[in-house]
Design a protein around this ligand. Sequence first.
Ligand code: NAD
Length: 251
Amino acid sequence: MIIDLLKNQVAIVTGGTRGIGLAIVRKFLEQGATVILFGSRPETADAAVAKLKAENPSFSIFGLAPNLTNSNDVNQAFQDILKQHKKIDILVNNAGISSRDSIYNYDEKDFDQIIDLNVKAVFTCSRAAAPIMKQQGHGCIINTSSMVSIYGQPAGCGYPASKFAVNGLTKSLARELGRDNIRVNAVAPGVISTDMVANLPEEMVQRISSNIPLGRMGTPEDVANVFLFLASELASYVTGAIISVDGATQV
Ligand code: NAD
């Protein structure tokens, strides 16, 4: 078993209260990091912190719930974290929502909501983190993309559009921030068994699963393992990469 890959590291994980984000938080904690998870509400952030503390009282875990689409809120949260923990080594931009709405009845507000959380929040959090990471001489940003950023999807066009944009932010920020020793990568999960997938029609999950060469849907831990690799020194020369974790799913 690998241990202490993230010893003395301070990490922020947005959308860390459940699903893939919670698995990333747990993985980072197990490897010695201090983690500040962001939730959509203080109650869900507090509940996730309590759950992790119950699992292991020595976990160094904290929770916050800034509005990720509000720059003032985000900047304040990052400054508070910097004040308390003295540095921010790793930022995981994972919070996200999906959509299956048809273009024929796609509500404009729903489209804006997806772009706001899935794209703008990656921008607001990365913009808050970059100067801190530059100042300390190193940093690592990892974004949660999706396999739909390669294939698109046959409904809910706002979601793949947002993940194509996440890839664009990833590749552009990797080029912009490399000279400041800040690595920027993305992980593109396939179909992973979380609440997000629980909302898909069963027929669709079955159809997708039967086409996965590895013969099963992914688990949040399958995905978290790749975040751990990218966050660690093992990935010291990896930046601008979008790594698929999808069992070779083709849709
Ligand atoms: P989930 O619904 O289980 O978790 C989503 C997380 O985002 C939660 O922690 C939630 O608190 C947070 N969140 C939702 N709305 C928010 C808001 N307005 N403000 C702040 N936080 C908010 O979903 P998941 O499957 O774990 O998805 C996590 C990421 O993985 C997303 O970016 C998603 O697009 C991506 N993804 C998921 C799958 C999958 O199959 N589950 C596949 C590819 C990519």
